[in-house]
Design a protein around this ligand. Structure first.
Ligand code: NAD
Ligand code: KPL
Length: 307
């Protein structure tokens, strides 16, 4: 078995999930926590549909303490708004041939990292798993999903299949993805339809089926279709609404990630969801009034920093 050393940046829910699965598959792992936050005292992963937590091992340290040129595989597991700053903090430690794997939701942060660091291999994962932490270092794998993994830049094209081979040794469900841009857009379209609305209505995903809310879901889907069509991206034959409806019904009891962020008073990822669509639409001269209104409402109501 390969013994690639993986470094995971961000000891939150997804960071602990990936660190746990990688280590339990036999990979040595370093987990980087924030400088200003104490290292978790212990680490454990409760695998999907299991009751018992199982310990995993990782060297716990911070970005600034990493030796020069010591990281060849970096997983960035921060929220989208922290990704660029987090990578900058660890840049001294990247080897010349380092690969950066980005796990962020939405779009825009991955492209910002790829633009800033064209010399490194940039790979993105589009993830539908659900995970949460019970206490620092302890993560529950609550929803089994798929991680679609593909290259975001030319350097990434050279190594992304090796990354997939490593990840396939874990018990995460990994899919090699030739067109990661399309996969990220497919997921973005669903998040555009659901996340902002659940935050504004402080409701569960399933409660978006109420007629007035569902009309907004429908308008959001039509706007996203117009932008995706202009970008020559693939769209489902029946349009996005049936897909969004399936996800709303399939995750009816879920609190969306954006609803959870607002309940905890955190910065949401709205800039990278409806905000990203608004930005793309502006370049294309397409009107997206529903997404624009949701973007503005979320920013105002939840006192979000300006982007
Ligand atoms: P989280 O808030 O639990 O974890 C992010 C962690 O990154 C935090 O612990 C934060 O302190 C840390 N961090 C930020 N900047 C840092 C820095 N400079 N150095 C070190 N640590 C730093 O968030 P999460 O739920 O793990 O989500 C991460 C990303 O994955 C988000 O974009 C989210 O939308 C996406 N995602 C999450 C899930 C999930 O189930 N949790 C599923 C799919 C996608
Ligand atoms: O990805 C999600 C999120 O909450 O961010 C959905 C699909 C909306 C599930 O809750």
């Amino acid at each position: 078995m390969s013994q690639t050393h993986w470094t995971v940046l961000g000891a939150g829910s997804l960071g602990c999930l990936w660190a746990g699965y990688l280590n339990q598959a036999g990979f040595p792992v370093t987990l980087l926590h924030r400088e200003e936050v104490a290292a978790p005292e212990s680490l454990s992963l409760t695998r999907f549909q299991e009751d018992q937590a199982t310990a995993f091992k990782a060297e716990l340290t911070t970005a600034s303490a990493c030796p020069e040129k010591s990281i060849s595989r970096l997983v960035v597991a921060t929220k989208a708004h922290d990704a660029v700053t987090a990578v900058a903090g660890v840049q001294h430690a990247l080897t010349d041939d380092a690969c950066i794997v980005l796990l962020q939701n939405g779009m825009g942060s991955q492209q910002a990292v790829a633009e800033k660091y064209p010399e490194y291999a940039i790979v993105a994962a589009c993830i539908t798993d659900g995970a949460y932490r019970t206490e620092p270092g302890h993560v529950i794998h609550a929803g089994q999903g798929i991680s679609r993994v593909g290259a975001l830049n030319a350097q990434g094209q050279k190594v992304w299949r090796q990354v997939v081979e490593d990840l396939e040794q874990t018990d995460l469900i990994i899919e090699a993805c030739e067109n990661i841009n399309q996969a990220l857009w497919n997921k973005l379209a669903i998040n555009i339809a659901i996340n902002g609305l659940t935050a504004l209505n402080q409701c569960l995903n399933g409660e978006l089926m109420q007629p007035e809310r569902y009309q907004r879901v429908s308008r959001l889907c039509r706007e996203t279709e117009a932008v995706m069509a202009a970008l020559k991206l693939q769209l489902p034959e029946q349009g996005l609404l049936p897909l969004a409806t399936d996800v709303i019904k399939g995750t009816a009891k879920n609190r969306s990630s954006m609803l959870q962020d607002t309940l905890r008073g955190k910065i949401t990822e709205i800039d990278y969801i409806n905000g990203y669509l608004v930005q793309q639409a502006e370049h294309l001269n397409i009107e997206v009034p529903e997404s624009l209104s949701i973007y503005r409402e979320v920013k105002l109501r939840f006192n979000q920093p300006s982007s």
